[in-house]
Design a protein around this ligand. Structure first.
Ligand code: SF4
Length: 253
């Protein structure tokens, strides 16, 4: 991994690098690469847990492969509780789930940890890659986070594996002598919430078969609030219709 000069300078200045680790392949490859170039005492792992809506076992998977004890953070509310209260699911345009349940707790942890160390520079490392989507490809891989910076601290956002392909990500994990989370080998393309509002049909169907009780909760919540996760134009598409899987007959494989 070739480090940009700006990152080398931040290391020299004592910046703390906070790795947002979801347990997915991109986080895993990012952490593996960062361990080779960032002094261990300047590296911190954070996992924003979404509780019951994330893949069971993901925290154990993270712990298995990191040498830095991860900070497991969470918001004071659950994903499904948040949806029910609002009466609507989040959408790509209004990702309240990411902002409230992931970004918020992660930055809270960063601010507290930075203060406790007496450090003043944080680098928020995220495993976002250009190849994932057109919107992601337009992101700046290194920028000052003005919202989180203030007189007493600088917070930078860095995407260390921005240019890696999916193949390179899996290769990085393999080269480190590690395994990606089991759901990939079993068919998942991405690892996020089991039923991500932006998930592929493949991942939603796999998630439903592996997690029938959680699937039922999503299906029932759609009915309860009268709002569906997916739409076609202005037409609602219930989750069961979208996946073709009935919550009543869905049995764990
Ligand atoms: S994985 Fe999907 S549903 Fe879960 S918080 Fe992220 S965007 Fe929202």
């Amino acid at each position: 991994m070739i480090l940009p000069e700006a990152i080398k300078e931040l290391i020299q200045k004592g910046a703390i690098f906070y790795v947002s680790h979801s347990g997915g392949k991109d986080s895993q490859a990012m952490y593996s690469n960062l361990c080779k170039v960032i002094p261990p005492e300047q590296l911190v792992v954070i996992h924003a847990s979404l509780g019951e809506v994330e893949w069971p076992g993901v925290i154990d998977h993270i712990k298995r492969y990191v040498i830095h004890p991860p900070h497991i953070v969470s918001a004071g509310k659950s994903f499904l509780g948040m949806v029910e209260k609002r009466g609507m699911w989040p959408s790509a345009a209004y990702r309240q789930c990411t902002s409230d349940l992931k970004r918020g707790p992660i930055f809270k942890c960063i601010r507290a940890d930075l203060k406790a160390r007496g450090a003043t520079i944080a680098v928020n490392c995220m495993g976002i890659r250009a190849e994932e989507s057109n919107a992601r490809a337009k992101k700046n891989p290194f920028s000052l986070n003005k919202m989180q910076s203030c007189k007493t601290r600088d917070v930078w956002d860095w995407l260390p594996i921005f240019d890696l392909s999916t193949e390179q990500v899996f290769q990085t994990i393999q080269d480190a002598g590690e395994e990606p989370f089991w759901a990939y080998a079993d068919g998942n393309e991405r690892l996020s919430c089991v039923f991500c509002i932006m998930g592929s049909k493949n991942d939603l169907c796999h998630g439903a078969r592996q997690n029938p009780e959680l699937y039922r909760k999503y299906v029932e919540l759609e009915k309860k609030i009268g709002h569906t996760i997916f739409m076609k134009g202005k037409t609602s598409i219930p989750l069961e219709e979208y996946t073709g899987i009935s919550a009543d007959t869905n049995l764990r494989r």
